[in-house]
Design a protein. Structure first.
Length: 158
């Protein structure tokens, strides 16, 4: 099976991304589409610290992924995990025809490869809602471990 390829998010991706955010299977987890749209529209400004991508499978744009240095995000859900060298990611398969084909795992692995090209990257943390079983299973399939103490998924640089 061909793996997911990542390409840099462009202005022409804004409309398809917005359409994906309104799909029922995406919208239940990405509850504020306007905030996500603001992020991608300001990706060369206020959100420059986030690396935005389109997931491509067999030449078709099927989803979205992004990663960022956790320290730059202003977020505070890391628990006792050291923030220096910590990254996080978000991802989605937007095209319904590509759901339930293990492509989410391929997307997460592609993001991990990109993250660990960053010289300071030591770990990746992700905190999907516990009810989002598909995302939790995807992270486990990609090699993440659930950290009970900090209530998040953790992947350490090897």
């Amino acid at each position: 099976m061909e793996q997911i390829q990542l390409r840099v998010f462009k202005d022409t991706d804004i409309l398809p991304f917005e359409q994906w955010l309104h799909q029922d299977y995406v919208a239940q987890w990405y509850e504020q589409p306007s905030a996500w749209m603001d992020e991608v529209r300001q990706r060369d400004g206020a959100f420059r610290f986030i690396h935005h991508f389109i997931a491509v499978y067999e030449g078709v744009d099927i989803g979205f992924g992004q990663y960022y240095a956790y320290e730059k995000s202003g977020e505070d859900w890391h628990g006792a995990i050291e923030t220096a060298g910590t990254y996080s990611m978000d991802y989605l398969i937007g095209e319904r025809a590509y759901l339930k084909k293990s492509l989410g795992t391929s997307l997460v692995k592609a993001l991990l490869t990109a993250i660990f090209q960053e010289p300071d990257a030591q770990r990746v943390i992700v905190q999907p809602e516990a009810e989002n079983r598909a995302s939790c299973n995807t992270l486990r399939s990609a090699g993440f471990q659930y950290d009970e103490e900090n209530r998040l998924y953790l992947f350490l640089r090897v």
